[in-house]
Design a protein around this ligand. Sequence first.
Ligand code: M6R
Length: 609
Amino acid sequence: MCGIIGILSNEQVGGRIIDGLSRLEYRGYDSAGVATIDQRAIQRRRSEGKLQALRDILESDPISGTVGIGHTRWATHGLPTHQNAHPHATDRVAVVHNGIIENYQLLKNALINQGLVFQSETDTEVVVHLIDQALKAGKSPENAVRETIEKLEGAFALAIVFKDNPDLLIGTRRGSPLVLGINDDELFLGSDAWALAPWTKKVCYLEEGDTVIMQRGAEFTYEIYDAGNQIVKRPLKELNLAIGAANKGKYSHFMLKEIFEQPQTLSDTLLSLVDEQSKTIQIESPFDLSNKILRIRLISCGTSYYACLMAKYWFEKMAHILCEVDLASEFRYRDPVLNSDDICVFVSQSGETIDTLAALNLVKGMGCQTVAIVNVPESSLARAAHKHILTMAGPEIGVASTKAFTAQLMVLNILALQAAEFRKVMDKEAVLKHFTDLLHVPKQVSQVLQNVSEFDKLGLRLSQARDILFIGRGTNYPVALEGALKLKEISYIHAEAHAAGELKHGPIALIDKLTPLIAIAPNDAWFEKTASNIQEVSARGAPIFVLTDDHSFKVNAHEFQNICLPKSSSVGNCFIYTCAVQCIAYYTALHKGTDVDQPRNLAKSVTVE
Ligand code: M6R
């Protein structure tokens, strides 16, 4: 979603703001812009489309200034046009915004009644006019911002520069993330620390309601005010981000690189939780296992939700704990019935997903213990939860989540195993066998990746399809759901997944010669049942592609192919088949020629509702 950069420096900032914005591209956007203050004027350039378009504009029409703000916009209010691109500005002030001002229409109507003319369809423009009016009335920039944000409802992170104060940059946040970067002779704002990493190692994560006033005098100074306007000290953090992760290396896309990183990220995640030698779990359980656990609730969105659906099978089968899985966007608005001893686990790659964060705050407010499983250590979710566990996937740049998903599966599986062991549902031998199975997973995933040519060929075939169905049973069902989501996200082909047993209850009506079926069918406890469902579909003429470890599996279909995968354990299959569906989605999109890493309309972290 929208990305913000701000720089206050002694050097020219225009080019560096664009550089910073390029590190926020992964979040997803459809227009971009930059504004600086120089020679007592606001200089502003904006463009539709990708950053390159903005670079081209700046090349022919450069800007100057040592303070400035930049923005990548993911359209919410108004089309992704030049007119709606940020920064929004008057003669006195320029603003970039991430989030949604929910009461903007009310504020806009009032401003229009006062005779103001709006230039854009955005919710953000009300912020600019409100600050401008306060400045016009003689308020200081700091007070103009304070007075304005008091009138705003919704979520926002804002970075603001002022024509008459070229030594000042203000940032403020409520709901959306904002990070302050600190050097002796420069100060920065960024939507995430990653964007600031090449410039500074010292950062401060602004907290809910914080406003930072950054000034250039003899020295560069900043003051942080909390929501009650009291000066506060926030902890400084030393950044330790692997900048190399920002390169695609030998891969044509970040997504492909991240798929191939999985043997390593799975091993890193596993070994952060267990001791390989003694085959024991090293981390303390985030749940109070000695208490009678009645129910675990897993809450999340998108791909992370599918990781939770998979974990439901594990918590219930392995540990005999009732597990409920919820979409955060539904959970937060349906007045859920919670017991104070419910364990609520929130799963998120980014740790910034607004619905997941809101659901966590709701649950906390009701007195329940919260655990976050996140990939970004300093994310809002990690900081808001009572306890958190990190997935060790490293920065994930491709919008379509791959390695973060499998790392989430690994963490969730270990938590289920730990609960099963503690509750003595699994005996010592079964636990040891499970450990051995998990330790084999990274190698088995790398076997899947040793020969991707079959996925490539299948991708070429599927790229011709208009609709594709996935089916699976048991833990293969969440794999099917994830396969369909990955495919539609990056290839734009309509895909849906169904529990194989549900086909006859409706979806089989969709089957025809033009709708390929992809069956997730390892030879496991559910195989015979899924095989019958595949027969039923083939009898109705669909092209059949079966992901299986049973090389002899055959059905009579006008188009049929087995995609053979390594034999593994039940838990190993969850990772192997996930990796396969990721590859199928990747190669299908590649053959369709879509933008794999930044698919249309999608954002990496969904920071607005
Ligand atoms: O960062 P989160 O895991 O909370 O994000 C949740 C979803 O927005 C995310 O998984 C989304 O579905 C991805 N585009 C999946 O590839």
